[in-house]
Design a protein around this ligand. Structure first.
Ligand SMILES: Nc1ncnc2c1ncn2[C@@H]1O[C@H](COP(=O)(O)OP(=O)(O)OP(=O)(O)O)[C@@H](O)[C@H]1O
Ligand SMILES: [Mg+2]
Length: 274
């Protein structure tokens, strides 16, 4: 029996995600069956940027394929903060959306729903945090941790990812090399994804909604007794979330104006994803 090696990066299942040989073992949630159907669909359509679902192990954990590479975890290495890394995340997110567009979500149960303005037929990832991407050679090669996936829309996922990767937050919470560059990087992200014009105008509002949505999940988990979230919340996440909220509101118009001027060259690529 190969040894179990603990994997680091996430908080929701901190200490419970392990590697066994070429597989990853993770606890299941009440909606894991839907996530497994989603991963099976991605495999069927030949998408290579997500783990394969391999079944349930003898302890009731989900088994996924282990993807070689590095997740982005603090303290961030220089390669993780490059525009090249940012663009690779946007391109991978777009490829994911194109692959998932043919997945029918209707007969599945999802862990939660998105704000009504952003709900749609596209099953979005919804948690494109830095540690939920695997990188190889400085480029994002896979998205992992689809536990929060549910029916959404492209603009929502672009706003979720753009907020975290730009990142859109108070300067004091931005890694030093990226200070003063957040809004420019958001534009780079949106252009690399190829979000069409009418949707670009919605990104800054969606980013604010995504922040509130994400922290509601954190607060609910804390109320349910999640220890690691509780510790982080008290240690500064709460104050950071409030600063982020104020920052997004203060810069909303600037973001909208810059995105409206975005390069028109990217609007014709790939299949349409809504
Ligand atoms: N399929 C995989 N291939 C390679 N590494 C993986 C894989 N799944 C997880 N990991 C590693 O394990 C870490 C934690 O995994 P995961 O994101 O599933 O945990 P989590 O606690 O559910 O995360 P979160 O707090 O984002 O919900 C990742 O950041 C990554 O480093
Ligand atoms: Mg994770």
């Amino acid at each position: 029996m190969p040894e179990e090696q603990q994997l680091h990066g996430g908080l929701t299942n901190a200490g419970k995600v392990t590697r066994v040989g070429d597989t990853v073992r993770r606890p299941q949630s009440r909606t894991s069956a839907s996530t497994h159907a989603l991963l099976d669909h991605l495999e069927r359509v030949g998408f290579d940027g997500s783990p394969r679902f391999l079944g349930i192990d003898e302890q009731g954990r989900e088994m996924l394929s282990f993807i070689p590479g590095d997740a982005v975890v603090a303290p961030y290495e220089a390669w993780a903060l490059t525009d090249e890394a940012l663009i690779s995340v946007a391109v991978l997110l777009r490829r994911y959306h194109e692959a998932v567009a043919s997945f029918d979500a209707t007969d599945h149960v999802w862990p939660q729903s998105l704000p009504s303005a952003y709900r749609g037929g596209l099953v979005t990832h919804n948690d494109p945090n830095l540690d939920n991407f695997i990188f190889s050679g400085g480029h994002a090669v896979a998205l992992i941790d689809f536990d929060l996936a549910c029916p959404g829309s492209a603009v929502w996922d672009v706003a979720c990812a753009g907020r975290l990767w730009a990142p859109l937050r108070d300067e004091r919470d931005v890694p030093q090399p990226l200070r003063g560059r957040s809004i420019g990087r958001l534009r780079t992200f949106v252009e690399a994804y190829g979000l069409p014009e009418p949707e670009r105008a919605r990104v800054s509002d969606a980013a604010l909604s995504a922040l509130d949505w994400c922290y509601r999940i954190v607060r609910d988990a804390i109320a349910d007794g999640h220890q690691a979230f509780g510790r982080q919340w008290r240690a500064g996440d709460r104050m950071r979330a409030e600063r982020t909220r104020r920052w997004i509101i203060a810069h909303r118009q600037h973001m909208q104006a810059l995105l409206a001027e975005s390069d028109a060259c990217c609007h014709t690529r790939g299949n349409e994803v809504q």
